[in-house]
Design a protein around this ligand. Sequence first.
Ligand SMILES: Cc1cc2nc3c(=O)[nH]c(=O)nc-3n(C[C@H](O)[C@H](O)[C@H](O)COP(=O)(O)OP(=O)(O)OC[C@H]3O[C@@H](n4cnc5c(N)ncnc54)[C@H](O)[C@@H]3O)c2cc1C
Length: 510
Amino acid sequence: MDSFYDAVIIGGAFSGASAALLLKRRRPSSRILIIEKVAEFDRKVGESTTEVSSCFLTKVLGISTWLGHHQLAKQGLRMWFARTPAEEFPDCVEMGARYNSRLSGFQVDRATLDEHILALAVEAGCELWRPAKITALELGGVGRNVLTVQHADERRAVRAQWVIDASGRAAVVARKLDLLQPMTELPTNALWARFTGVRDWDGHALRAKFPGWANAATTSRSWATNHLMGLGWWTWIIPLKGGDYSIGLVYDTRLFTPPAGATIGERLCAHFQNHPVGRELLADARPVAGDQRAFSALPYVSDRVMGDGWALAGDAAGFLDPLYSPGLDFCAFTAHGAQSMIARALDGEDISACVEKYNARFTFCYRAWFDAIYRDKYFYMGDAELMAAAFLLDIALYHLGPVRQVYSDPATQFDFFPFDGRPGRVVAAFMAFYNRRLAALARRKIAARIYGTRNAHWRLLVGGFLPGGTSGKLLLRGLVRWAIAEWRNLFLPWATVPQAAPLDISVRPA
Ligand SMILES: Cc1cc2nc3c(=O)[nH]c(=O)nc-3n(C[C@H](O)[C@H](O)[C@H](O)COP(=O)(O)OP(=O)(O)OC[C@H]3O[C@@H](n4cnc5c(N)ncnc54)[C@H](O)[C@@H]3O)c2cc1C
């Protein structure tokens, strides 16, 4: 047995490095070992931050200045809709901010961000073994965990009070304990690649070609996370420092099959030909060779996220859906929560009762988050009228809830999950209700063959979401849009399409 550590962290990327850094800052005397499989990080998804994950980066980790120098400032999210692939480019419906964002947000190259956080953890005094692989793991309880690790040419065994699993989708601990559950209610897959040669959203060529379109938004569209939306799918276009773009497609397998192609890049190019905005922006774009990936069955969750001597953080605990970019929010809450509970235990507190509550709160948060935002969202995300209501309601409530929460006291508020507590439960129930209604309205529109027929000739450009009264007004606008959609629904012929797959795509407007 080589050594004894207070905490051993499996995985040194965003979640693992953040948990290690925060634990070390809180308990400088703790012995913390990070075990990272790869010698250096590669580009990966998780590039668009939100107001919550940016609060974590700037106010909790304290890396605003580094972000300003090394990453791009993000200007919110935008969505683009079309009635048919033949729609004129400037006629597409646009949703997003009219002005630059007032809260921090970043478009990050994850390779450099994760390296930076890991370097801070090492600088703070954490030990790092890299590249290193776990060859055996015995979870024997607090102080009795034993990990056998292949580090360079040596095989070493270490004992740990606590193990934090931050190994991402590898989910080493959840798989070992047989806790991992797929989320079959949300059958989504993703394809993505990095591209060069994407046209400049704000450049002279597009301004000259479409001056009215160019002048409609005061903010720079280039720095936003731009989404193209369709029935059963959405895509992201994210700019990266240096000029490349991260471009990907997420789709619900009940509703959509992406075009075939020899490579992922080719398949994405073919898909973007079917949307006027994609066709224009990617006309000269080329995928970067070797930087193309696909995941199937995106969502999954662990039944428990903490037990005797172990805790899960980030994707090792679960993943739901990347629409609205909440991945790093989830990593921030779980990494902060795990290290916080472990710090209390290392301080000598009996946390056994809190562990049970922590697991129950996590499970509730994950389920509530699914029902509130993602259940059957893919049915209505291609219809601009319905999605406009969701855009206003979802984002306003996000600002009035989690954004307000974490900014009120960043040092402590990341210990609380979204939808925690009684008010959270009420909001979760309300969100689940309108989400269910919007999905039902979408099915009725599909059956009546009017799905997406209002996807042209208007823009929803808002002044900006803030964690206060402004979002209250946008929430009211969302309610009005929802009410109008319900009203129009009353005049549709009485027919609906089945809840379950397969959906007959021929019901889409031609
Ligand atoms: C299609 C898609 C798009 C997304 N877009 C966004 C977005 O725009 N914004 C956002 O916030 N989130 C996004 N996400 C989510 C985001 O990518 C993840 O939530 C985030 O990367 C998880 O970080 P992590 O540190 O938990 O895990 P990872 O980043 O996966 O890191 C895990 C680390 O553990 C290491 N490891 C694995 N196994 C072992 C082992 N046995 N021993 C030692 N080390 C090990 C790996 O090498 C890796 O470094 C997206 C996800 C998907 C699927």
